[in-house]
Design a protein around this ligand. Sequence first.
Ligand code: SF4
Ligand code: SF4
Ligand code: SF4
Length: 248
Amino acid sequence: MSNPRVAIFDFACCEGCQLQVVNLEEDILSLIALVDPVEWREAMSDHSDSYDIAIIEGSITRPEDVDRLKTIRERAKILIALGACATMGGINKLKNNFDLKEVRQAVYGAAAGMAHLNTEPTRALDEIVKVDFKVHGCPIDNRELGAIIRCLIMGKTPVIPTYPVCVECKKNEVVCRYEFNEICLGPVTRAGCGARCPSRGFWCFGCRGYAEEPNVAAASDVMDHYGKTVEDLKSRLTLFVGQQEFPP
Ligand code: SF4
Ligand code: SF4
Ligand code: SF4
């Protein structure tokens, strides 16, 4: 059986998630041995319109992006959204809170009227096409991407955590950021990063999006216990999960 043909594409993003793939270092060799990379602008010059798995980084911010995304979807058997920009719009979606003409003017100044700088409200991939799997995070955890690809090659369904970051935090025996009078989004954010931020002394800012069915009542109890309010929690929901309703 031949290896699946894999193509990696990018839309509006900082390419930090693709960099995480490159950062797999020696593990990238064992991963590449399992697949046949046919297109990846950041790492190779080859181009192909024939692939089994499309991995897409970035969000959709321009009218012409929509047709390109739909074409990729038609060609791929499996589509994987790579990183918060692709899975939920990411940091790019912050612009949706402002007048788009003003945003364009602020970013591009005198050049704002140029046709190729056209813009529209940011959308995640699954707001336009069907997404089969999501690799969460800003940036992604490259080991999670490796595990998802290996599962797909073996014909298994990847298991992506649905529980909140607090679970991983407790497993790592990390002192809760609330003990430092901080507000952390761990109680409502999807785990899978190994509680990367609290483990390094920083509150979770929700880059993996909401946990499935987050325990809002328990989060509220945590707020009460530490003399905070749900409004305090909402004030931290601006960067990522605030793009969704709270409670979700
Ligand atoms: S999810 Fe974050 S790291 Fe990844 S491309 Fe978007 S902004 Fe960059
Ligand atoms: S609130 Fe934040 S720091 Fe506290 S346990 Fe949960 S994830 Fe860890
Ligand atoms: S701790 Fe929170 S912000 Fe940090 S990587 Fe994990 S989900 Fe993202």
